[in-house]
Design a protein around this ligand. Structure first.
Ligand code: SF4
Ligand code: SF4
Length: 165
């Protein structure tokens, strides 16, 4: 058995500092560096209650160790976070795990690795200021029900703020 095989998993693979630096460059992404693994964020996490594998403490540990492949992608566990912010209220270190998770989600989008559903919804928000495209069927049904047309939202400012124009 090689000496490397006896090492704990992170040490065997080596810490991926390149990923940590990438995450640090995203807004609030640097906060994972403050985590001392106390687990206070786990108990009341609603996503953790419904999933056997979702655990914000472990997500922070994976960020610290640079487990990029387990965090960045369309099917990774970060997408199960509900953005409820309970973890941020519990954390004694002001890590704000949810903000780190959002930074990871933003990194996924930046690298073209977000789930299709997420990119479709965000594209619709940029086009129309709402999350779901208004189909001609929906417009016809509204007319039948005596409802007015759906309000058009100005999206120019949104595009300017996000530099997406
Ligand atoms: S924001 Fe996400 S990680 Fe934090 S408690 Fe809510 S579901 Fe869990
Ligand atoms: S509560 Fe904060 S310091 Fe404790 S494990 Fe969670 S993120 Fe890390």
């Amino acid at each position: 058995m090689s000496e490397k095989k006896n090492l704990p998993e992170p040490a065997r693979h080596g810490i991926n500092f390149a990923f940590r630096e990438k995450l640090d460059a995203m807004a609030e992404g640097f906060r994972h560096n403050y985590c001392y693994q106390c687990g206070a964020c786990v108990a009341d996490c609603p996503a953790g209650l419904y999933s056997k594998t979702f655990n914000p403490r472990l997500i922070m540990l994976k960020a610290i160790l640079g487990f990029e492949d387990e965090l960045i992608g369309p099917d990774t566990e970060i997408w199960n976070c509900t953005n409820c912010y309970t973890c941020s209220e519990r954390c004694p270190q002001d890590v704000r795990p949810v903000d780190v998770i959002i930074a990871m989600k933003n990194l996924c989008v930046k690298e073209g690795k977000a789930p299709d559903l997420v990119t479709t919804v965000s594209d619709t928000v940029f086009e129309a200021g709402i999350t779901t495209k208004v189909t001609s069927l929906a417009e016809r049904r509204r007319q039948e029900l005596g409802l007015g047309p759906i309000k058009q939202y100005p999206v120019e400012d949104l595009k300017k703020i996000t530099r997406r124009d």
